[in-house]
Design a protein around this ligand. Structure first.
Ligand code: ZN
Ligand code: ZN
Length: 273
């Protein structure tokens, strides 16, 4: 499997980091997890396109993780000339969110159907709402879900993908919890959204202080990875966004608690397992 960090940014706008999303290429299947700002541009950079997606997985309905979904849906629709169905999997609430996206796109959908004879109807999407513990298959990838903890955001889920004997845990925004442990246990790569608690604490902004209580810090992610024996720990959704010069500092902080490989980088950082 190739795990490509298509968006390593956060809600904070960044010229070089797209909003959170991760693309997995497993055999012939391309599977996207979350669809943050700029996701379709970064998919193109990763040698993929919405039309190639076997499925989209959504961890939760915070805007930074889903604001690019309308672009994924529309581009998938247009590039497949209306023929293909886009499967979307997410927590309860995802179906209503997708319906509302389609409502918002109604003028565009109308224009294109009127103008392109080949388009016979609106985008075809199939939404499957998941509860923690659900498992399913996309392509020949086995996917399981567990509950994560990002209160007051509820529900939130993470994903574990298994293909050809390799395992990737794609965990969204969460504090350490039992569900994350299950997802990341012995994983070849555990991808975790993280903040630098020590740096965020210094930012004199009440809304920034609010994020401290519902995210994993670098230290906590490293402790989780060590506890469950994950072979690699990859950081994404980093707050504050690091510069390459500070990567060694982030790695050193994690290495105090974790003996495996720590991966940190920019958009399109790729892990092969
Ligand atoms: Zn969130
Ligand atoms: Zn987020």
């Amino acid at each position: 499997m190739e795990i490509i960090l298509t968006g390593t940014g956060s809600p904070l706008p960044d010229a070089n980091r797209a909003g959170p999303s991760t693309l997995v290429k497993a055999g012939d299947a391309h599977i996207l997890t979350d669809a943050g700002r700029g996701v379709v541009m970064r998919m193109a950079g990763a040698g993929s396109l919405p039309g190639l997606l076997a499925g989209v997985l959504i961890t939760h309905l915070h805007s930074d993780h889903i604001c690019g979904l309308n672009d994924v849906i529309t581009t998938h629709w247009v590039m497949s000339q209306g023929k293909a169905t886009l499967p979307i999997y997410g927590p309860v609430g995802t179906a209503e969110f997708v319906d509302r996206q389609l409502n918002a796109l109604e003028p565009d959908i109308g224009y294109r159907i009127e103008h392109h004879e080949v388009l016979l109807g609106p985008p075809k999407v199939r939404v499957t709402e998941l509860v923690p513990g659900d498992s399913f298959i996309v392509g020949d990838v086995e996917i399981s879900t567990e509950a994560t903890e990002h209160a007051p955001v509820r529900p939130t889920i993470g994903f574990r993908l298994e293909h050809g004997g390799s395992t990737a845990a794609l965990v969204g925004d969460t504090v350490p919890c039992e569900g994350v442990d299950e997802l990341a246990r012995s994983a070849d790569v555990y991808v975790q959204t993280v903040i630098r608690r020590d740096l965020v604490e210094l930012i004199p902004n009440p809304m920034m202080q609010d994020i401290l209580d519902y995210h994993s810090g670098v230290v906590e992610a490293a402790q989780t990875a060590e506890r469950v024996g994950a072979k690699r720990l990859a950081f994404t959704h980093m707050v504050p966004a690091p510069t390459p010069e500070t990567y060694p500092e982030w790695i050193a902080l994690a290495a105090e608690h974790y003996s495996g490989e720590v991966i940190i980088g920019g958009d399109l950082t790729t892990v092969t397992v």
